[in-house]
Design a protein around this ligand. Sequence first.
Ligand code: GLN
Length: 487
Amino acid sequence: MSDILSLSLAGLRARLADRSVSATDAVSSCLERIADTEPAIEALLTVTGEAALTQAQAMDAAGPDASKPLWGVPVVVKDAICTKGVATTCASRILENFVPFYDATCVARLKEAGAILLGKANMDEFAMGSSTENSAFQKTRNPWNLDKVPGGSSGGSGATVAAGQCFAALGTDTGGSIRLPASFCGVTGIKPTYGRISRYGVVAYGSSLDQVGPLARTAEDCAVMLQVMSGHDAKDSTSAPREVPDFAAQTATRKDLKGLRLGLPEEYWGEGLTAEVRACCDQAVDAAKGLGAVVVPVKLPHTKYAIATYYIVAMAEASSNLARFDGVRYGFRHPDAKDLRDLYEMSRSEGFGEEVQRRIVLGTYVLSAGYYDAYYRKAAQVRRLIRQDFLDAFQACDVIVGPTSPFTAFGLGEKADDPLQMYLADIFTISLNLSGLPGLSMPVGLGQESGLPVGLQMFGKAWDEGTILGAANALSGALPQIGMPKI
Ligand code: GLN
């Protein structure tokens, strides 16, 4: 692997700025790495190699631009996010031929900051899943062990960063889809506060839960990406008109955790964790104490209802959002339909995969007149209690810490036939989305038994991404580095 690819995004920026590395060098190194590793991991659905090289050459000819924080940095974008002129399929047959004529706001902001789009990442169809096995097109494998899943639904984004194909990737997180792949692939990923990043141009799954965020090698790299994408957007009324703090400065300068109160929720540290996940996470908490953090026990008593609540809310919203794929306006239209009813039925039955259809049916059911009160309304009420748990816990601490997943990456096919088992993989990630708060996952070691990455989550108060990013930066400095997979 070339020396360039062993740099972090922050390291690359410095080399691009002093011209010891050109944008063309950066892009070519990534493309070579993609050619070497893609046959084994299949992280990408589209590679925009030629366009990336042409753009890099033009940028080199003009010279570095210090006002652009991502000048010359190659990035990958999850295929749920619209990219102008580049297919955006959501890993679904129904959008197989969809080429957006506009960029999502987050992508437009990356481009304005000088980033170069390298390609689009594989995912679970419509971001529904925890392993990326629900993609209609290919199964991405974990670069640390090709028999394991990369996590999901942003598994392509996790795998492409872990394999060194790019310097950062975008994911979306509705119930853990940035943090779970970050954890399984040994990279850092952050789901910002709901409203921090515009959802304009992001294919909707659960609109009250979805957030875009970066996956990268370090917390500092995530901070740079987050900085560029954050802030109000008139095209998304749920994006917050709040000032964006200097995340990059808050992150890179934090070297210790003096006085920081870390809340350890008993529900996240109890039974069910594998021994290797517990060992790595315990070690990380000890390291945090060594850096001056104070550990306080906290309770999140409604955690046991989180999976049931999430899967009612998410499916309800999905069934409504996915109604727009009707064979008329976008994507796949069944050629043999004889009348309108046929057109809907045939296009949707063939265009959507099994998991997506299951969720549309369940979502429609929980919203139906007879069951709305029993399921949807009840879930909305429990959701508020789950959020209240966090608000109460944050009275006693500044950051909440726990494992991202009870286990390391599982085997391909291991949970694919059992949707309930797959849903349980989200046990520690989904409460955060129901609450709208920010959270990240960072690598804290390799499991002793599996040799696979273990991720630690840090949850922050609303709009306080800077504190968790800074804490992750300080903590990773005190932990042994896991390096990159030998693929
Ligand atoms: N695994 C969860 C689901 O399938 C979360 C997915 C996500 O965050 N997009 O809904």
